[in-house]
Design a protein. Structure first.
Length: 214
């Protein structure tokens, strides 16, 4: 028996790319009915998403990352407020709104961890006969991570700004500095060194573990 194509497409859309193939294969083998397929998918998909996020950014790094995001927004609000008054500059750094902005960016970064764009893999696939050095692979991975991170921050901040314009215009939820391109860049500069270090450390740990097993 074969599951309906639209169910397979839906599950494939929700699954992180790194685990799609084997999860879809397991679900196909266990398929008995559309309802059973959905039940199996509902139990497997959330676990795979959480696992992908934890592999990309371990949980104990999330508070550090959130603190860096908050600090970048706070500094942007303090230095580039709309008024020349020092007191008003600090007033622009409203804690509640900055926390909301931090939550938006963290949601974007977690989304990026679950669904990376895999720029590196696409580049290598386009040129299958090319021999890529280890250093070049590391540089490609760093470029992909940097690009993905900035796109995630930009997209989620733009989405939050659009939601504020539509639903919260009278009572703003997010700080005005979220509309400034400089705030995205400052936030990106604050988190990208940590994310690059985490990615490098994770690959090194995985390599040591594999070497120890062999």
């Amino acid at each position: 028996m074969t599951p309906p194509r639209f169910l397979v497409f839906l599950v494939k859309l929700l699954l992180p790319r790194a685990c799609r193939e084997h999860v879809l294969g397991d679900l196909h083998e266990r398929y008995t009915s559309p309802l059973g397929y959905l039940r199996d998918a509902a139990s497997v998909v959330p676990a795979e998403i959480i696992g992908q996020i934890r592999r990309a950014t371990p949980l104990y790094y999330l508070p550090i990352q959130a603190l860096l995001v908050y600090a970048s927004f706070f500094e942007e609000a303090r230095l580039f407020g709309d008024s020349s008054s020092w007191d008003t500059h600090w007033a622009h750094a409203d804690a509640h709104r900055l926390l909301c902005a931090t939550a938006v960016v963290m949601a974007g970064l977690i989304w990026r961890d679950a669904y990376p764009l895999f720029f590196q893999r696409k580049i290598i696939r386009r040129r299958p006969g090319l021999r890529v050095s280890r250093l070049r692979l590391k540089l490609l991975a760093a470029e992909a991570l940097a690009a993905d991170t900035y796109l995630a921050i930009y997209f989620w901040c733009a989405l939050a700004n659009a939601a504020q314009e539509l639903f919260f215009r009278s009572t703003p939820v997010f700080p005005s500095i979220m509309t400034r391109p400089g705030s995205y860049i400052l936030c990106w500069l604050a988190v990208i060194p940590l994310r690059l270090w985490i990615a490098t450390h994770s690959r090194s740990s995985a390599a040591r573990k594999l070497k120890h097993q062999n």
